[in-house]
Write a protein that binds this ligand. Structure first.
Ligand code: PEP
Ligand code: MN
Length: 254
């Protein structure tokens, strides 16, 4: 499996959820011509409990197409079933990610992997919500078994019944164990879902880079407090860009 990129960490940024065409385009335009490589926005959102916003759905794909055309950024969405894969591919989405609530389910992962057979798009597999390295490895193997060349993992932390500082415990040994098992697999760190709090995102990102993670995926919103999902952990685009400036170019001085 090939490394994603050399030279600098791969950076994915954008809102937890696509909410409106204006919101998506406004955030994307503030991230163009920066260190951001890929624009993320969830349009299908598997939520732990019903009654929360479950995503804008298919119409968000045309918004992402506009992002690509107007900013040149690649785009990324979560796919949770084969239909999502079909629609995302039809609408030119570059990067597909598998969410942590999907990675726990082997039959679903296999169905999605089958729908991705041989595609050139990058596919990123989030760790399962529970701290289980084998389940994460199993999901990765189901995709590599379908001739996916551009495969990577995302470490988004692990849920814990105990009250802890973070929304999801980082348990760094698990992603480091994944790296030992699959030394060539790029692993991206998701400080937003580990932190659950925007004030913790910078320090977590710095720790991840010091552990040689290959990239970052950071939730970024133009009005974070009013976000329809994950409001507490999203950062403003200008905050993201200042963080990246420190993390990517001046880490030694901090
Ligand atoms: C997300 O990326 O917005 C998300 C829901 O992630 P996770 O699957 O890690 O909870
Ligand atoms: Mn989110």
């Amino acid at each position: 499996m090939k490394k994603i990129k050399t030279g600098k960490p791969y950076v994915i940024a954008g809102p937890c959820s696509a909410e409106s065409e204006e919101q998506v385009l406004s955030i994307a335009h503030s991230l163009k011509e920066t260190n951001v490589d890929v624009f993320r926005a969830g349009i299908w959102k598997p939520r732990t409990r019903p009654g929360n916003f479950e995503g804008i759905g298919e119409k968000g794909l045309s918004w992402l197409k506009r992002v690509k055309d107007e900013t040149g950024l690649e785009t990324a969405v979560e796919v949770a079933n084969p239909k999502h894969v079909e629609l995302a591919l039809k609408n030119d989405v570059d990067v597909l990610w598998i969410g942590s609530r999907t990675t726990v389910s082997p039959f679903t992962v296999q169905e999605i992997a089958n729908a991705c057979n041989g595609i050139e798009n990058r596919i990123l597999i989030k760790n399962p919500i529970n701290p289980d390295l084998s389940l994460w490895m199993g999901a990765i193997e189901r995709f590599s078994g379908q001739n996916i060349k551009k495969l990577g993992a995302i470490h988004r932390g692990f849920s814990s019944y105990e009250k802890i500082k973070y929304r999801n415990a980082p348990i760094w040994e698990i992603p480091l164990g994944l790296r030992r098992e699959f030394p060539d697999l790029p692993i991206i760190f998701d400080p937003s879902h580990v932190a659950g709090d925007r004030n913790l995102v910078f320090d977590l990102s710095r720790t991840a880079l010091s552990l040689n993670f290959d990239g970052l995926i950071i939730e970024t919103h133009n009005n974070p407090d009013k976000a329809w999902s994950d409001a507490k952990q999203q950062v403003l685009p200008e905050v993201l860009l200042a963080m990246l400036d420190h993390l990517l170019y001046r880490e030694g001085e901090l």
